[in-house]
Design a protein around this ligand. Structure first.
Ligand code: NOJ
Length: 451
C-alpha cells in the first residue's frame, strides 16, 4: 500500500515566473511583460525580465531535477515566446528553446508535462480583445496545434489551462494581476466561458495533431473543504461546501464546480445558472460539447482548505480557526487535510485519475550563517500534506504530485518577496542553493513516499 510504483514525483514552475525574457530571443510581449512595467502594480516594481534566467540556465536546473530524482516536471510554454503576436508567424528561437529543454529532460529520464497556458496571454491578443473576443477559441486552438506539431513527438502529457479562477478573477475582477482590469461582471462570465471553450478547442487540436497517444488534463484551483469530524454528516457538509458557488460576486470565480463541471460533466452547475443568471452570456449546446471534450486526467492545484461541519439548520457551516492557527508566509492557512479530502471529493464527482498539479508553501527563507537554507516549516508542511495524500492514494486513483515550486521565482504581484521554492535562488547572482526541504524531498522520492 501507499503510493503506486510508477507514482509521478514532480515539481512545477511556469514560464513567466522563471524564464526571463532572454536577449534577442525573439519573444513577443505577454500581458505580464507589460503589466510589470506599470508603476505600482508589482511589489517594488519587480519584473520577470530576468527572473531565474532559466532561459539560459535550464541545463543546470534540469541537472538539479535529476539529482532530486524527479520523475516528472511540469512547466508552461510562453505563448508569446513561440507566437510573438499570438497568431501567425512562429518564433523558431522560442521553439528551439523548448525543444532543447524537452530533450534535456528526456535525456535525464524526466517526463515533461506541458501546461499550455499559465497566464502568458500575448499582448497582441489582449489588444484584440483577449478573452473577450470569441476568436480566442480558435487562436488558442491554433497555438495548441503548433505545440502538438512541434513537441508531441516527445511530450505525451499536457495540461490546458492553469487556474482559470485566478487569471479571470485576479486579472479581470479584482485587477491585482495582469492585465489589471476591473471588468464588468458580465464580461468576466463571458471571458470564463470563452476560456472554457478555448480549453475544449485545445483538447481537440492536441488530439488531432498529436504525434502519439497524448494524455490531456486541466489544472484548475480553489480552496478545498474538509470535515471537522469524520462523521457522515460533516463529510456530507464538506462535500456540499466544496462544490457550492459563492454568493459574493466580487469573488465569484473562486470555486470548483463552475470551472470543472462543464469540462468533465458537460454542464454548468444549476446553482450557478440560477445565482448568476443575469450576468451569463449565451450558452449553447454546441459550446458545452466543445467544452466537454473528453480528457484523460484531472489536475488540481491544492494549497489549503476550509474546515466544515453540518450546522444545526442542516446546512454546511465553516468552523472558525482558533487564534494562532498555523499559516504560511503568504498568510495562507496550513491545512494538510485538504490533500486527503480534496482529491477524494474531486474523484467521487469527476471520476478521473488525479494529479496534484501544485502544492507547497512560501516561507521567509534566508541563507544562514552556515551558508545553508534551513526551512523546517516547509519540510513539516510537505510531510503533513503528503501523509494525507498518501491516505488518499490508498483509496483513489492518484497518479502524481507536482511540488510548487522547484525554485524560488517571480510570485506575480508579490514579485520576488515570496519564496515558494525547494531550491533557493539568489536573484542578484542567480546562484541556486538547495534548501533543506530539497534534500528531504529527494529522500522521500527515493523511498517512494514511505514515511
Ligand atoms: C498558483 C499559481 O499557479 C502559481 O503560478 C503560483 O506561483 C502559486 N500558486 C503560488 O501562489
Amino acid at each position: 500500500m501507499g503510493f503506486a510504483k510508477d507514482f509521478v514525483w514532480g515539481a512545477a514552475t511556469s514560464s513567466y515566473q522563471i524564464e526571463g525574457t532572454g536577449r534577442d530571443s525573439g519573444k513577443g510581449q505577454n500581458i505580464w511583460d507589460v503589466f510589470t512595467k506599470e508603476p505600482g502594480r508589482v511589489y517594488e516594481g519587480h519584473t520577470g525580465d530576468i527572473a531565474c534566467d532559466h532561459y539560459h540556465r535550464f541545463r543546470e536546473d534540469v541537472a538539479y531535477m535529476k539529482e532530486l530524482g524527479l520523475k516528472g516536471y511540469r512547466f508552461s510554454i510562453d505563448w508569446s515566446r513561440v507566437l510573438p503576436e499570438g497568431t501567425g508567424k512562429v518564433n523558431e528561437k522560442g521553439i528551439d528553446f523548448y525543444n532543447a529543454l524537452i530533450d534535456e529532460l528526456l535525456e535525464q529520464g524526466i517526463e515533461p508535462y506541458i501546461t499550455l497556458y499559465h497566464w502568458e496571454l500575448p499582448y497582441e491578443i489582449y489588444k484584440r480583445g483577449g478573452w473577450m473576443n470569441p476568436e480566442i477559441v480558435e487562436w488558442f486552438g491554433q497555438y495548441a496545434r503548433l505545440v502538438a506539431e512541434r513537441f508531441s513527438d516527445r511530450v505525451k502529457y499536457f495540461f490546458t489551462l492553469n487556474e482559470p479562477q485566478c487569471f479571470v478573477g485576479l486579472g479581470f475582477l479584482q485587477g491585482c494581476h495582469a492585465p489589471g482590469v476591473k471588468a464588468p461582471l458580465r464580461d468576466t462570465f463571458e471571458m470564463a466561458h470563452n476560456a472554457l471553450k478555448a480549453h475544449g478547442r485545445a483538447v481537440q487540436m492536441l488530439r488531432a495533431y498529436g504525434k502519439q497517444n497524448v494524455q490531456i488534463g486541466y489544472a484548475p484551483t480553489s480552496g478545498m473543504c474538509y470535515p471537522e469530524k469524520e462523521t457522515p454528516k460533516d463529510i456530507e457538509a464538506a462535500r456540499k461546501a466544496l462544490f457550492a458557488l459563492p454568493d459574493d460576486l466580487s469573488n465569484w470565480t473562486w470555486n470548483v464546480s463552475w470551472w470543472s463541471d462543464p469540462v468533465i460533466l458537460g454542464k454548468y452547475p444549476e446553482e450557478g445558472m440560477k445565482k448568476y443568471e443575469k450576468y451569463l452570456p449565451v450558452i449553447t449546446d454546441e459550446d458545452m460539447k466543445l467544452i466537454s471534450q473528453p480528457i484523460d486526467f484531472y489536475g488540481q492545484n491544492i494549497y489549503n482548505g476550509r474546515c466544515i461541519r453540518m450546522g444545526t439548520d442542516g446546512r454546511p457551516e465553516e468552523v472558525r480557526r482558533p487564534a494562532g492557527f498555523p499559516k504560511t508566509a503568504t498568510n495562507w492557512p496550513v491545512t494538510p487535510e485538504a490533500l486527503y479530502w480534496g482529491p477524494k471529493f474531486l474523484y467521487e464527482r469527476y471520476r478521473k485519475p488525479i494529479y496534484i498539479t501544485e502544492n507547497g508553501m512560501a516561507c521567509h527563507d534566508t541563507v544562514s550563517q552556515d551558508g545553508k537554507v534551513h526551512d523546517p516549516n516547509r519540510i513539516d508542511f510537505l510531510a503533513r500534506y503528503l501523509k494525507n495524500l498518501k491516505r488518499a492514494a490508498e483509496e483513489i486513483d492518484i497518479r502524481g504530485y507536482f511540488q510548487w515550486s522547484l525554485m524560488d521565482n517571480f510570485e506575480w504581484d508579490k514579485g520576488y518577496a515570496e519564496r515558494f521554492g525547494i531550491i533557493y535562488v539568489d536573484f542578484g547572482t542567480q546562484e541556486r542553493i538547495w534548501k533543506d526541504s530539497a534534500y528531504w524531498y529527494r529522500d522521500l522520492i527515493r523511498r517512494n513516499g514511505d514515511f
